[in-house]
Design a protein around this ligand. Structure first.
Ligand code: TAP
Length: 486
């Protein structure tokens, strides 16, 4: 495997101007936390401190919720066509500033610039365009509603103030999934980005000002889990939208139980990517590579379990290993990089410990020869064979570039193994047989099933899980219902 030492790329770096410190964005203004607390955000590829960011406490969260409440009256009263204009404006500014935002995201998160530029940013803009289009058509947002209550043509009502908490793996994209439908439906928001990736949300706050969005409609409170818990528990919010781990999702469900708050949870996953013996090997290999190594495997719907039909196991694994040997790990700002930095020291420690557990439990570990950069957080693309369903690497979400390979003989066995997980977010099927795809898609307990592709996203398509992967849907028309009083 080629080795790429981390070397700052001055040219790309110059397109983004990161201030030495940032305040919270409340009621249209940036200001420090009431108690003056701050935390540092660093680049996981170099461990360089990028900026110092305000750590919101209970009083700051309270101020943000009150600002959102004050703004709700006028924002929700605007005709949908007027709200749409703001969302279209935001979408266009995101496109105009996409180079800057892509570099920022790669610096703060560690993801390859090719991915932030070609996947994250276009999808972020697409979400705002898509939901802008819905803002004046909300009477059609809830299926069957007009027929049920006879209010044909009347818009369903927004919920009020949404408290939104997002993770670090797709910082700006998760923000777009949350903020675009909330604003289109007339809600106002307080959003908390993850502690390790706060910067793109703060740049987005600047975009809101640039777009002339009325004060208080979007508020950004940066901080750690304690800030998230303050927001979720605040009595002034009407809706909680959370994306993150199943563990924190369960804690949030307990917090909001018995309150008036409506909640949607997008949680973890352990997807099966299922390859049948009639699948074109080269195409399947590309899908497996993209399924697990895209975004360093920090993807809730990552195809982290490869289920391969026994008769093609050897051929497929040979081709997969050859392809893994061509992956370039290193500087996220290098356009040739395939796998960037692991987002944090904590996440790296978790990936290492689960990979070590895989070896200790008897699975066979393989990685291409790979010397990793000396500073920053890195993990080589790794493959485990001889994995059984009892192994931790087959059961637990690793959220890193680690693939566990299991085999099956019959479609029934593939379905049983794929469904043998507490999660149910996504799955992939590789076969030439259309009837088998339909049969499998019906049997798989996964919110999204891809066939002969993987990790394909579209703002018009609903996304969400079964079982411990959460409840509620984001994206598409379904994503509007989560923000409407139906
Ligand atoms: P978490 O540790 O759950 O953190 C997610 C967010 O919740 C962060 O902003 C975090 O703040 C905050 N938080 C932590 N404790 C909280 C609490 N008690 N109350 C309220 N908020 C709290 O997850 P993560 O490590 O950032 O992200 C990885 C997980 O997200 C994976 O399990 C992944 O599968 C899941 N994920 C799911 C999806 C979908 S769509 N299903 C998409 C992306 C990621 P701090 O960052 O400061 O801890």
């Amino acid at each position: 495997m080629p080795v790429f030492e981390y070397a700052p790329a001055p040219e790309s770096r110059a397109v983004v101007d990161i201030a030495p410190s940032y305040g919270l964005f409340i009621d249209g203004e940036f200001a420090g936390a009431g108690d003056g607390k701050v935390f540092k955000t660093l680049s996981p590829s170099s461990e360089e401190v990028l900026s110092e960011v305000a750590q919101a406490g209970a009083e700051d969260v309270d101020r943000a919720v009150k600002a959102a409440r004050k703004a709700f009256g006028t924002w929700s009263a605007l005709p949908g066509s007027e709200r749409a204009k703001y969302l279209f404006r935001i979408a266009r500014i995101i496109q105009e500033r996409s180079r800057e935002l892509a570099v920022l995201e790669s610096l703060d998160n560690g993801k390859p610039i090719r991915e932030s530029r070609d996947a994250d940013l276009p999808l972020v803009a697409a979400h705002f365009f898509y939901y802008a289009g819905w803002a004046d058509k909300l009477a059609y947002a809830v299926r069957g509603r007009s027929a049920l209550n006879g209010t044909s043509g009347a818009d369903p009502r927004p919920l009020g103030v949404a408290g939104q908490v997002i993770p670090w793996n797709f910082p700006l994209l998760m923000l777009a999934w949350k903020i675009a439908p909330a604003l289109a439906t007339g809600n106002t928001v307080v959003l908390k980005p993850a502690e390790t990736t706060p910067l793109s949300a703060l740049f987005f706050a600047d975009i809101c000002r640039q777009a002339g969005l009325p004060k208080g409609v979007v508020n950004i409170v940066t901080g750690d889990g304690s800030t998230g818990a303050e927001l979720v528990g605040h009595p002034g919010i009407d809706k909680v939208a959370f994306t993150g781990s199943t563990e924190v999702g369960k804690a949030i469900a307990r917090t909001v139980a018995g309150t008036r708050k409506k909640v949607t949870l997008e949680l973890g996953g352990k997807a099966a990517n299922i390859v049948f013996d009639d699948a074109p090997v080269d195409q399947a290999v590309e899908g497996i590579i993209g399924g697990i190594f895209f975004n360093q495997g920090h993807v809730c719907c990552a195809g982290s379990r490869l289920l391969v039909q026994e008769s093609v196991q050897d051929e497929l694994l040979d081709a997969l290993k050859r392809r893994m040997g061509t992956l370039r790990v290193g500087d996220p700002l290098d356009k040739n990089t395939d796998i960037g930095a692991i987002n944090s020291a904590e996440q790296l420690a978790r990936i290492r410990s689960l990979a070590d557990a895989g070896e200790a439990e008897g699975a066979e570990r393989w990685a291409p020869a790979c010397e990793l950069p000396s500073s920053g957080y890195w993990f080589a693309p790794t493959l485990f064979t001889g994995v059984t369903q009892a192994h931790r690497i087959a059961r637990e979400e690793i959220f890193g570039p680690v693939l566990s390979v299991l085999t099956f003989r019959t479609p029934e066995e593939a379905v049983a193994k794929a469904n043998n997980t507490p999660y149910g977010l996504s799955a992939g099927i590789w076969t030439e047989k259309g009837s088998r795809i339909l049969w499998m898609a019906n049997k798989l307990r996964a919110g999204v099933v891809w066939s002969n592709t993987f990790n394909k996203f579209d703002p018009a398509s609903p996304f969400g899980g079964y079982k411990e992967s959460g409840y509620g849907r984001e994206g598409g028309r379904h994503g509007l219902e989560a923000y409407l009083d139906v």
